[in-house]
Design a protein around this ligand. Structure first.
Ligand SMILES: O=C(O)CCC(=O)C(=O)O
Length: 279
């Protein structure tokens, strides 16, 4: 492996109604990623809880208490690997519930936390109907952190549809954007790959999308297709809808080459338009 690159692993696991089983599965796949020498392992959105709004409150945990946090932190420390904990329902001290990604470093310490900013409130005729804001509160912060010698930007699922967010993360130095996400069978086949590749090309960054595997007995079928895209917009690794550990190499030489040859970010006309983070 080159010194300019790191290996990441996406754990595309099956999420069942059994929370304890989901946590054990996540631990098993994280350990599998460590065996493959991944420096960063990534779990999907809501990996401890089926994606059903009524269940979020029942499966929620308050940091630092809870079986999910304990497993994430211990596994990160035991395997000396950064763990990007997909997301879980998180309850704050006032009882609000967020869709939150917790990130742990190689010592098992909490590195950062991303609360999903854009809530998925949609009504697609003949397809998906969902109103996350009935149950969830929205995050207010943009999450860019340094881990494993790399700057990471984290968004969750619907967050990927908002190019401003990805651009702000890229401008803050993120070289790998990570989106745990559960796209269903309405928007998944139409938009998942398109969005991953668009954000990669827009910002000349690597993009990793971490989805759960499809669980045939689930109420709603999910699309799966975890993938990693390079800064040229090429898919370098992709799963189908089955359980899989997806490995990819993030080589910053590729990113630097793309940015050198096609200096998109330098060509922005900030004298004509501007984009600012508010808080
Ligand atoms: O944007 C989409 O099509 C899917 C988003 C979603 O399922 C979510 O944010 O939970």
């Amino acid at each position: 492996m080159k010194s300019s690159s790191i290996t990441i692993g996406i754990c595309q696991l099956t999420v069942t109604p059994d929370k304890a089983l989901n946590i054990r599965n996540a631990e098993r796949m994280l350990k599998g990623a460590a065996k493959e020498k991944c420096q960063v392992a990534i779990l999907p959105e809501m990996f401890n809880c089926p994606y059903e709004a009524e269940l979020f409150s029942r499966y929620a945990e308050s940091y630092p208490d809870g079986d999910t946090f304990t497993m994430l932190s211990q596994t990160a420390a035991q395997e000396r690997m950064v763990v990007v904990g997909g997301s879980i329902p998180e309850r704050d001290e006032r009882g609000n519930i967020y869709n939150t990604c917790f990130i742990f470093d190689e010592e098992g310490r909490l590195l950062g936390r991303h609360r999903k900013i854009h809530l998925f409130d949609v009504e697609i005729a003949g397809g998906t109907v969902f109103k996350e804001s009935n149950i969830l509160s929205a995050g207010q912060d943009i999450t860019v952190i340094k881990a494993a010698g790399l700057t990471l930007g984290i968004g969750i699922c619907y967050d990927i549809r908002f190019p401003e967010l990805s651009r702000l993360m890229a401008l803050a130095g993120a070289k790998l954007l990570i989106f745990p996400g559960v796209f269903g069978m309405t928007t998944g086949p139409a938009h998942w790959e398109l969005l991953m590749r668009s954000r990669a090309v827009d910002n000349q960054v690597f993009v990793a999308g971490a989805a759960p595997a499809n669980f045939p007995e689930a109420l709603d079928q999910v699309y799966g297709h975890s993938m990693v895209v390079d800064p040229w917009g090429q898919i370098i690794s992709v799963a189908d809808d089955k359980e899989k550990l997806l490995i990819a190499e993030i080589d910053l030489e590729i990113l630097n080459k793309v940015r050198r040859e096609l200096p998109l970010l330098q060509h922005r006309r900030t004298d004509v338009y501007d984009l600012r983070q508010k808080m």
